[in-house]
Design a binder for this molecule. Structure first.
Ligand SMILES: CC(C)(COP(=O)(O)OP(=O)(O)OC[C@H]1O[C@@H](n2cnc3c(N)ncnc32)[C@H](O)[C@@H]1OP(=O)(O)O)[C@@H](O)C(=O)NCCC(=O)NCCS
Ligand SMILES: CC(=O)OP(=O)(O)O
Length: 328
């Protein structure tokens, strides 16, 4: 059974309630049909009611809870709650009433208030628009300072990583993490790998240099992040700085990084910044035909996960299953 199949099985066994904030979007409706058919989660779908009645297939119309934030009995109560949560940030009650009409804010409020276990959106909204309400309202998990975005990658017919399965990070949130932030991203990503894949993470801190082969301030950041991450989590197999070929390929690792504990067998790839991470995951998805699920938010107090606007319905199904498992 593949890693994603086993995640779906776990989700089915727990029947969590997940909000799909883009409830009238075509790929989301298709995904909802599969989620209901396979019993992966219960769904609350948000959007314009007329639009939903027009576009939802009958199985979805009958099988989900639908809410239109502009016409829902709990909108005013959620606005009051949002006001209480954000008044110290200058949000007035009028502003809170306006914000909850946006399904992305309304959906995050449902999760915050415990009426849903998690939320997925991003098929038509950009990442900043999806993540801002979650970061403002749900905030980081206890003991975590930084939320980051990883992808669960399943590369077909690959023996690299964990039989082709990887976590890539940060591909979604922090544009230019400093060394300390990069170290935190590495440690959180190792935990995400352990929780979702159920195997031991081997973390590579990626660069254009391997063990001093190039000198540059960009490399220095990765070297420093590696030191900090080792101090933060001495039990994790983690090494850097490594080029991606040294991280993945045994023979290259023997040449460039002999003795490295993760060289040639890394399954968690930490990119030095968001440009590299976002480009990297899309290259592997498009050129290697990998399944790429995410950005999965790590370090957030309750699961809210993003999608790429280029996603397929199956990616939304996978993201819902992962969201359900994260909420356990
Ligand atoms: C994530 C992102 C939207 C947050 O930045 P922003 O919109 O400017 O938001 P702000 O800086 O105003 O922060 C809003 C809140 O989120 C918090 N926050 C922002 N980034 C955070 C992070 N990485 N971890 C934890 N909290 C964070 C802030 O502390 C702030 O909290 P507060 O309002 O309670 O004080 C921004 O970093 C971003 O646009 N990242 C790139 C996303 C992207 O385009 N990805 C590529 C495609 S996947
Ligand atoms: C994750 C990501 O890159 O999202 P989008 O393609 O929507 O910008």
């Amino acid at each position: 059974m593949s890693v994603l199949e086993s995640i779906k099985e776990k989700a089915k066994a727990s029947k969590r309630c997940i909000v799909l904030a883009e409830g009238t979007e075509k790929r989301t409706l298709k995904a909802a049909e599969s989620i209901l058919k396979e019993g992966i989660a219960e769904l609350i779908m948000l959007g314009d009611e007329d639009e939903f009645k027009k576009s939802a297939p009958s199985s979805v119309l009958d099988g989900v809870t639908f809410r239109d934030p502009s016409n829902s009995p709990d909108t005013e109560r959620l606005a009051q709650e949002l006001y209480e949560l954000r008044k110290n940030k200058g949000v007035t009650i009028e502003k809170a009433r306006q914000l909850v009409l946006d399904p992305l804010y309304y959906g995050v409020m449902l999760v915050k208030m415990g009426q849903a276990d998690g939320m997925v959106a991003g098929a038509i909204h950009s990442t900043p628009d999806v993540l801002r309400p979650a970061l403002q309202i749900i905030k980081t998990a206890p003991g975590i300072a930084l939320v980051s975005g990883c992808f669960l990658m399943e590369v077909p017919n690959s023996s690299y990583g964990h039989d082709g399965v990887f976590i890539f990070a940060d591909c979604g949130v922090n544009p230019n993490p400093n060394a300390e932030e990069l170290a935190h991203i590495a440690v959180t990503s190792a935990n995400t790998f352990k929780n979702l894949v159920g195997a031991e993470p081997r973390v590579a801190m990626l660069s254009f240099s391997t063990k001093g082969s190039a000198q540059h301030e960009l490399v220095d950041k990765v070297v420093q992040a590696t030191q900090i991450a080792k101090q933060l989590a001495p039990d994790i197999a983690l090494d850097g700085e490594l080029q991606v070929d040294a991280a993945l390929v045994e023979s290259v690792a023997e040449l460039k990084a002999p003795g490295s504990p993760v060289g040639g067998k890394a399954n968690v790839l930490i990119f030095p910044d968001l440009q590299a991470g976002n480009i990297g995951y899309k290259l592997v998805e498009r050129l290697a035909g990998a399944t790429a699920v995410g950005p999965i938010c790590q370090g957030i107090a309750k699961p809210v996960n993003d999608l790429s606007r280029g996603c397929k319905p199956e990616d939304i199904v996978d993201a819902v299953a992962i969201t359900a498992v994260q909420s356990m």
